[in-house]
Design a protein around this ligand. Structure first.
Ligand code: SAM
Length: 278
């Protein structure tokens, strides 16, 4: 089979197995197996593939058709222009979170800020901010040993081990000191919404997805505890779930945060909250 025929057959297989963006997924997996950039496939459409090139693809295509996330099969994910290792130890980073990093970037006044990333997962927020702010001091915390191991591997790949520290902690339990910025993308899905999630999302660790019955419990707890972590005038930046904006905005006001405002993501959902304390 030629490159083009393989792409067409794989796309048809993915369509049949309800994979979103079937052609794009097919191109990513074939490029991965061939060690090419996706765009380079277009120069080779007529090339006939050998059996040794096709064999590893078959397994990946089958697993993708069964709902395994593309990023797990590729082993990496692009986030804020950087390549991160990605596997089942932590949540697959989402594009909304890239928006959060961009919003933070435009709001940080002091480039030497001390930053804390709560629920760091694979470390994407902490490490992207470290790249953008070479003078910042950054701590990433997570309750999951698996996630912290992946975050450390990502720090090593990006040569940021000396600049970003990772710590195991249930919220702020093991954290000393205060910060100019506390950023958090904590689990915010209600356990009752488990059945609404896609096959791909269900490959994320449960500890990364679900808070409790309502969904916003952990973010509320963070809002209550964060004043002890923030320097006077320090900023809290949150990614939140659909329909949680109004209630969490009120929770921030009740805890005496100031300059509270929300931002929508590119799909128009109120997804981010910012506030200052003190
Ligand atoms: C939604 S994921 C976000 C991961 C990463 N920051 C990102 O944006 O891709 C939430 C993370 O919070 C962590 N987490 C859950 N409960 C926690 C807690 N009580 N304290 C600290 N981290 C927690 C999970 O292990 C998970 O890595």
């Amino acid at each position: 089979m030629t490159v083009l025929q393989v792409l067409q057959a794989t796309t048809a297989y993915f369509k049949k197995h309800s994979v979103e963006n079937p052609r794009l997924n097919a191109e990513h997996l074939l490029a991965h197996v061939l060690g090419r950039k996706r765009i380079e496939l277009y120069l080779e459409f007529e090339r006939v593939l050998t059996e040794s090139e096709l064999a590893p693809l078959r397994d990946l295509v089958k697993r993708r058709g069964e709902g395994e996330p593309l990023q797990h099969l590729l082993g990496t994910v692009e986030f804020c222009g950087l390549t991160f290792l990605c596997d089942k130890r932590a949540m697959v980073p989402r594009s909304e979170t890239e928006e959060l990093v961009e919003l933070i970037e435009s709001r940080i006044e002091n480039r030497k800020s001390k930053i804390e990333d709560v629920g760091t997962g694979s470390g994407v927020i902490a490490l992207s901010l470290a790249m953008k702010f070479p003078e910042a001091e950054i701590l990433g915390i997570d309750i999951s040993d698996d996630a912290l191991a992946l975050a450390q591997e990502n720090a090593a790949r990006l040569k940021l081990v000396d600049r970003v520290r990772f710590l195991k902690s249930n919220l702020f339990e093991n954290v000393d000191g205060t910060f100019d910025l506390v950023v958090a993308n904590l689990p915010y899905i209600s356990t009752q919404d488990h059945h609404t999630l896609s096959r791909e999302v269900l490959h994320d660790p449960a500890v990364a997805l679900f808070a409790s019955a309502r969904g916003d419990e952990l973010v509320r707890e963070l809002i209550a505890q964060a004043p002890s972590q923030l320097r006077p005038g320090g900023m809290l930046a949150l990614e939140i779930g659909i329909d949680q904006g109004d209630a969490l905005f009120s929770a921030l006001a009740e805890k005496n945060y100031r300059d509270i405002y929300s931002k929508t993501d590119y799909s128009g959902v109120t997804r981010f909250l910012f506030a200052r304390y003190g």
